[in-house]
Design a binder for this molecule. Structure first.
Ligand code: FMN
Length: 218
């Protein structure tokens, strides 16, 4: 029971943790459309993310053309093969994994970094990648809001950003960082699909926590 003056009511606190724990990266979707109002709410949640120096470096491109969706899908397939090739002995195992749901999902959004980011120095002089961290915060907001609304989302990063930027007509300096697949799902995976498929194991927090000094975690 929280007795903090500014805490949300218990049920709302539980809702926040529930969205966090039950969010999954989804690659299987049901056919259908997402209500425009809900889509707007999700994007608005993304837009309320924190950003370095209030830079708001995120840009979202909603893909509504079938031809564009197909072209994006092809770019991902191209990179999937190159990724598999780079996997060495796990190549065949990787090729068996489902790594995207671009064709089945209801909505495809591209999340990208804006151009002219060099103008923003606050918080980025020594850590320029804080722009990317800010976009990731926006994507996570969208992911959690989608889970709360009962919608699945998949983050696809298997693509060549130069080729995708060209396809989308992005200016010099702007960069796509995620292909986001959104839609209704039959059910949410109980644990990460990569765990369910035996590809990877999750590590407990206790193994990744340190006190005062770095401890080797490998
Ligand atoms: C930055 C980032 C990029 C990702 N790219 C992909 C991807 O290209 N394809 C994919 O299937 N999953 C991708 N994922 C999803 C992860 O595989 C997934 O988050 C992880 O296995 C944990 O599963 P969970 O999100 O269901 O908890 C990505 C996740 C993040 C955070």
């Amino acid at each position: 029971m929280s007795n903090q003056k500014f805490a949300f009511p218990e049920a709302e606190i539980a809702g926040v943790y529930r969205a966090i724990h039950q969010r999954r990266d989804m690659r299987h979707f049901k056919p259908g459309r997402i209500d425009t109002e809900i889509l707007h709410k999700l994007l608005d949640a993304a837009h309320h993310a924190p950003s370095v120096g209030l830079m708001q470096p995120w840009r979202f491109i909603r893909i509504t053309s079938d031809e564009m969706r197909e072209a994006i899908y092809q770019l991902v397939q191209e990179e999937r093969l190159l990724t598999a090739d780079a996997m060495g002995e796990r190549e065949a195992e990787f090729m068996r994994l489902k790594v995207e749901g671009i064709k089945q999902c209801s909505e495809v959004l591209i999340a990208g970094l804006c151009d002219h980011r060099e103008r923003f120095i606050f918080g980025r002089r020594t850590l320029p990648e804080m722009d990317l961290a800010s976009v990731a915060c926006a994507i996570q907001n969208l992911w959690l809001a989608a889970r709360a609304e009962g919608l699945g989302m998949g983050w696809v990063s298997i693509f060549d950003p130069v080729k995708l930027a060209k396809l989308l007509g992005m200016p010099e300096g702007a960069k796509p960082v995620a292909i986001l697949c959104l839609g209704e799902v039959e059910e949410f995976y109980k644990s990460p699909m990569l765990v369910e498929e035996g590809w990877a194991k999750e590590r407990p927090l206790s193994e990744l926590m340190m006190e005062n000094r770095w401890v080797d975690t490998e």
